[in-house]
Design a protein around this ligand. Structure first.
Ligand SMILES: Cc1cc2nc3c(=O)[nH]c(=O)nc-3n(C[C@H](O)[C@H](O)[C@H](O)COP(=O)(O)OP(=O)(O)OC[C@H]3O[C@@H](n4cnc5c(N)ncnc54)[C@H](O)[C@@H]3O)c2cc1C
Length: 508
């Protein structure tokens, strides 16, 4: 019997398989496609995702397929600049450029190569998961090979990473909540030649034009992405025919300026699963949620799901939590991720509402309002400022602005250069103490806890010191997925914080 079976081997399934395999678990993963889906869908990712890739040891291998995301300039009705989305300024809080564009199929290949090195992970491609059932002992999957042969796979738990039309979600009759966004858009990827590149803006652009809102993203190398809204009555199939697509692009390019890589019409939705867990089965990635693409978060959310669930499953399967606390720990996955997805989706929809205003009078009013809000001078808005913290779940009961945040990853001085914090100290539970905070005796309450004292870390850019200073903290307890469980405003609260986490895991 496998520890965990993963249905669907897209980005969410790959990251889950890699993290669980790295944790030493016996993992089965399958996909009906025989190869990586060759068409890029996601084009942007965040530093948080690079930190997960770093944990998996693949960050250097994916680097050639990534480039910094250019600013996104929003232009209003009369072509006036009304907003500029950028990224947070250096020194970077996670140790990486905060927003990147990337080539999805190549990054997926790198993830798969990493998993292929893991002897305990079995991946079957070109097979279909037909039926899933569960009882109190485990989950049974019926797998059909390309030749129609049926085999059974058994696992203690299963993760449905099988995309937006998830078979698992459907078979367990797990409903989606509609977050009220449904629009047809044409998405076009072009490999642009030198002559074409000379005609295009150097930054990404949101054309907030009521007649036809659209987006231009500067992808890696010569990859450029257009997302073009379709009007009522326009046939999405026809819009995606090559000649019609070039007509849509005529404002920027002619067919002599590049090659269509792909074009497809999509309905952009905002949906979230009502429940993320049914017994031993969990939903993750697009199977659990879908959001409009305006902040490039769909795949990022799937990676966050995988990172959140993997350490909890590993802790339960390795017996690192008391049996009585295991169910609550596994339940916290859906509680945390659903609230985060709902909040981020509402922020994405607000960005979309700015871009998608079709009424000319209201669009003009929008432009005036945005310009009035910044006193007529457009300021930079870092994309990262729109990403919410965790607000509920396995968190300290003591509320604080820093609780549930992604903990920073400073660079640490090391022999021959500098290294990222996680490279040096790993990704388990960490109690990080600000300069001068003594190590609490209660640190022993959480087995395997690493205690990091700021004054001994030799951070090179002051990211951690600035974070502690800004939040006025003596310490922070960081979970294995790098989110802050809770904080100690005073040195004497650090011990109680560790005890609170240990109690939540049933360890004291
Ligand atoms: C136009 C567009 C632009 C986007 N831009 C961005 C962006 O910039 N940034 C971002 O983060 N995200 C973006 N996204 C979203 C992102 O592409 C998706 O969220 C992400 O690919 C979903 O990953 P996943 O692993 O959850 O699902 P998928 O990639 O859909 O993988 C699901 C897998 O499950 C397999 N499968 C399904 N059923 C079965 C079965 N019964 N048996 C076996 N295998 C099965 C499928 O073959 C598939 O390989 C965009 C999406 C679109 C459409």
């Amino acid at each position: 019997m496998f520890d965990v079976a993963i249905v669907g081997y897209g980005p969410a399934g790959q990251v889950a398989a890699a993290l669980l395999g790295q944790a030493g678990l016996q993992v089965y993963a399958c996909d009906r496609l025989a190869e990586v889906y060759r068409i890029p869908r996601a084009v942007a990712l965040d530093h948080e995702i690079l930190r997960v890739f770093q944990q998996l040891g693949v960050e250097a291998a994916i680097r050639p397929w990534c480039e910094p995301f250019t600013p996104s300039e929003y232009y209003g009705v009369d072509g006036r600049l009304i907003r500029r989305m950028t990224m947070v300024a250096p020194p970077y809080p996670q140790g990486y450029t905060p927003s990147m564009v990337f080539t999805q199929p190549e990054v997926e290949r790198v993830l798969r190569e990493r998993v292929a090195q893991m002897a305990r992970v079995r991946v079957e491609l070109g097979v279909e998961m037909r039926r899933i059932t569960q009882d109190e002992h485990g989950v049974q999957l019926e797998i059909e090979s390309a030749e129609g042969r049926l085999t059974q796979v058994q696992a203690k738990y299963a993760i449905a990473c099988d995309g937006g039309s998830s078979t698992v979600r459907t078979q367990f009759d797990m409903p989606l909540e509609d977050l009220d966004f449904d629009e047809p858009w044409l998405v076009v990827d072009v490999l642009v030649n030198e002559q074409g590149l000379a005609k295009l803006p150097a930054v990404s652009v949101q054309y907030c034009e009521p007649d036809r809102p659209c987006t231009l993203v500067i992808g890696p190398k010569n990859h450029r992405r257009w997302e073009i809204s379709l009007k009522p009555g326009e046939d999405p199939q026809q819009a995606a025919a090559p000649a019609a697509t070039w007509q849509h692009l005529a404002r920027w390019l002619t067919p002599a300026d590049g090659t269509l890589w792909r074009q497809a019409s999509y309905r952009f939705h905002a949906l979230v699963a009502a429940q993320w867990r049914r017994g031993r089965v969990f939903l993750a990635g697009d199977a659990a949620h879908m959001q409009p693409p305006f902040l490039g978060q769909g795949m990022c959310q799937g990676v966050r799901d995988a990172a959140n669930l993997s350490w909890k499953l590993a802790a339960v399967l390795h017996g690192e939590v008391q049996a009585a606390a295991a169910e609550a720990l596994l339940d916290s996955y859906g509680v945390e991720r659903k609230a985060h997805v709902r909040e981020l989706t509402s922020r994405i929809k607000a960005v979309g509402a700015v871009i998608c205003e079709r009424d000319p009078a209201r669009a003009r009013a929008r432009d005036e309002r945005l310009l009035a809000e910044c006193g007529g001078v457009v300021k930079d808005t870092p994309r990262q400022d729109l990403l919410p913290a965790l607000s509920q779940g396995l968190l300290s009961r003591h509320a604080h602005a820093a609780r549930g945040q992604l903990f920073p990853q400073p660079w640490i001085a090391a022999e021959g250069g500098r290294r990222h914090l996680d490279e040096v100290f790993g990704n388990g539970w960490r109690l990080v103490l600000a300069a001068g905070t003594p190590v609490p005796a209660a640190a022993k309450a959480l087995p395997g806890l690493r205690v990091l004292r700021s004054e001994e870390l030799n951070e090179t850019e002051g990211v951690l010191a600035a974070w502690f200073g800004k939040n006025e903290l003596a310490g922070a307890l960081v979970r294995p997925d790098n989110y802050v469980f809770g904080v100690a405003p005073g040195a004497d609260q650090a011990g109680a914080l560790v005890e609170e986490a240990a109690a939540a895991l049933g360890l004291i």
